[in-house]
Design a protein around this ligand. Structure first.
Ligand SMILES: Nc1ncnc2c1ncn2[C@@H]1O[C@H](COP(=O)(O)OP(=O)(O)O)[C@@H](O)[C@H]1O
Ligand SMILES: [Mg+2]
Length: 273
């Protein structure tokens, strides 16, 4: 279903990550799968938002793509190669960023580059570049406890992006932020995506956020998690282009919002007997 005029990310691009018939069972005694028959392609440059009721398997799906857990059945491939474990080609950002409390902002961002043994002068240059991109130049020497929630999340984003990953996987990254900070972070992320044209999978609870950010919105069913509907969306271009939130009040946006909310509510309250 197409909900707005397409933009550049809707051009036919290569598939970066592909999931084929992926299922996951945490505990066979539980009787139901956490995920069931997931088929999903993440294409180059797309901003895919994943919505669904609590406990439907969103984080599980992200962890499988990250390579933290292996599926019980099915295939997960990146650029045609099976994903066998975590690596820096897939950057991950969580709701509570696990920053090293004893390291400064700069050191937290540089950490992965050092682990990868990138030459020091190059890794310093990259670190400064990403420190600037997320607007934290003045906080390079601060420790995490000195930063606000939004700032910590910016460190986490810079730390993932500094590796120039092919895919950025974000699990409710702005869920713990106040409304104003959340909107600022959405703008920042949209600009980064726009500039770098990286591929993003973004989990959120918030339908407005999904519509304001995504080029594709996927809705999952309650457990066992399946993808029940997919929407092509393009509101993000209007918000970015005019730097305006007006599109959020258009009939098209409100209709899309209502349709998706209804679908999620059906998932929340329908019970399989
Ligand atoms: N490590 C685990 N062991 C057993 N069950 C788990 C584990 N992690 C998640 N689950 C279960 O799998 C289902 C999906 O969880 P999750 O992916 O965290 O959902 P979501 O992110 O959509 O809220 C839930 O029923 C949850 O209780
Ligand atoms: Mg989750």
């Amino acid at each position: 279903m197409v909900l707005a005029e397409p933009g550049w990310a809707d051009e036919q691009t290569d598939t970066v990550v592909a999931l084929e018939d992926v299922s996951l069972t945490y505990n066979p005694d539980q009787g139901s799968n956490a995920l069931e028959n997931i088929n999903l392609n993440l294409n180059e440059g797309e901003f895919v938002c994943l919505l669904g009721p609590s406990g439907c398997g969103k984080s599980t799906l992200l962890k499988i793509i990250a390579g933290f857990i292996a599926p019980s059945a099915g295939n997960v491939v990146m650029d045609g190669e099976p994903i066998k474990g975590a690596d820096w080609h897939r950057g991950v950002v969580f709701q509570q960023p696990p920053l090293y409390p004893w390291l400064t902002t700069r050191e937290n961002i540089q950490f992965g580059l050092r682990m990868r043994k990138i030459p020091e002068n190059e890794s310093r240059k990259l670190t400064e570049e990403y420190l600037k991109k997320v607007g934290l130049q003045e906080f390079g020497q601060s420790k995490p406890y000195e930063l606000s929630g939004g700032m910590k999340q910016r460190v986490a984003i810079a730390r993932a992006l500094v590796n120039k990953p092919r895919v950025l996987l974000m699990d409710e990254p702005f869920g713990a932020l106040d409304a104003l900070t959340r909107e600022q972070m959405q703008s920042l992320l949209r600009n980064i995506w726009w500039e770098s044209r990286c591929t993003i999978l973004f989990i959120t609870h918030d339908v407005d956020e999904a519509l304001a950010m995504g080029t594709r919105v996927l809705v999952m069913s309650r457990r066992p998690g399946r993808i029940v509907k997919e929407f092509k969306t393009a509101f993000t271009y209007a918000i970015s282009g005019e730097n305006s939130n007006r599109v959020r009040y258009t009939t098209l946006f409100l209709q899309a919002r209502e349709e998706i909310l209804e679908l999620i509510n059906q998932q929340e309250f329908s019970y399989n007997i």
